[in-house]
Structure formats: C-alpha cells, structure tokens
Design a protein around this ligand. Sequence first.
Ligand SMILES: [Fe+2]
Ligand SMILES: [Fe+2]
Length: 268
Amino acid sequence: MAAAIRLAALADLHCTKTSHGAFQPLFARIAESADLLVIAGDLTDYGLPEEAAVLVKELSALRIPVAAVLGNHDLESGKSPEVRQLLVDAGVHVLDGDACELQGVGIAGVKGFGGGFGRHALAPWGETIIKQFVREAVDEALKLEAALARLRTKHIIALLHYSPVQQTVDGEPLEILPFLGSSRLEEPIGRYPVSMVFHGHAHRGKLEGTTKTGVKVYNVSMPLLTRTFGDRPPFRIFELETGEAGRAEPVPAQTPGRRATDVLASAS
Ligand SMILES: [Fe+2]
Ligand SMILES: [Fe+2]
C-alpha cells in the first residue's frame, strides 16, 4: 500500500533580530499541512547568531522534521558556524554537501554558487580571481554530486540556495543573472534519479523551470511566493508517494485539478 508524504518548501525567510512572532503563524500553518519541511537558504538576514536564535524560537512550534541549506545572507557576518550550530541544536538538518533521509525522502543539500548559465556561463580563464570564482561553483557542484551519491531512497530532493537553471531566475534584472545560479549545479542533478529541485535566492525570479534532463526546479523564495499567491501562506507543498510501487512523479499542490490540490485547500 503506497503512502504519501506531504513536503513543504520555502526559502529566504531573512529572519532578523526583531522577527519575534513574525514566523509563528506561518510555521503553524506548515505544521498543519505537511510532514516535512525543507528551507532553501537565507534563513537569516545578516548571518548573525542572534537572528538564528530568534528563528529557532519561531521554529519551536514546528514538530515536523526540517532540512535546510544556508544561503549567502547566512554567511554575511562570517558567523555561519554559530548560525549552523544553533539550527542543528534545534534539530534542523543543515546540509552542506551532505544528505539526510527524512520521512523516507532523501534530501541532498548544498548552498551552490553563481557563475551564470549555459553557453554564457563564466569560464575559468584569465585572472586568478576569475578562476577562483568558477572553482567555487565547481566545488559546490562536486559537493552536491557526493551528497546525491549517498541516497538510495525512492524520492531524492536536491536542496540548493542558488539556482541550477536560468528559467527560475528570469524576471530578475539581466545584469545580476550570473550571480543567481550556475549551470554547473545542473550537471550532477542529471546524473542521479532526482525527483525535484528546490532553490531560493532569486526573490524576483519565476516559480518553475526544468533541467535539461527533465527534472522540475522550483524557486520557493518567500517574496516570490507572497507576490504570486497573495491569498495564501508563502510556502509550497508537494505530495510524494513513498510506497513500494514504481517511482511516482511528485505532484505540485498548486496544480489545479490534481489530487494534491486538496492539500493546498487545507493549507490556505
Ligand atoms: Fe534571499
Ligand atoms: Fe540569497
């Protein structure tokens, strides 16, 4: 008998020192609607431990497993080890090139990096600093690959902060597109049986895209979700079949007329 897991996803909370109480209604709604939550980075605004402490308190009512990756904002103050530790101590699975299995769903997480997309991606050529920039994206892609290789679950989720495809960052100013993601992150996703990809970072991007091997990519940035679905809480929810039968397609809750729409109704 197949069972279904409801997975909630969001990104870019940008929790500040004054966010006390701001996220509790959102997390209460997620707790009612989902069995599992993934957060695709920028949990804090300036990467301060004080901000992470506020977020941890906000999360305390949420009694479902949570996996997260850090975003660039979480690194801003050079205190990401403290931020990470606060989250880990609160039970959040903070992934950085590693993987975890929650409710039978495998999650491989990495922050990722920029560099641009397709044939316009930055190449490691010329100045040392350009080579270092590209190397960072390559290293993040290698970390993602190592994390994906560890999972044997029926469903594998790739959790990133930066986008692996251009489609979900389109809508942002053209000048900053290369800083919002990298096609290098798309390569390992194509080599493993990934069910879906989540990222944030592109607050003004697009909701959905597809990798060249057909894997769905979801930009779950809260500002984008708030703008798009103004009448409901800013998170997305997906139903994943976890039974013994063949590998099922994940079903976006917002797809009209599909079974998972019922999940959305209970969430809004
Ligand atoms: Fe952000
Ligand atoms: Fe970001």
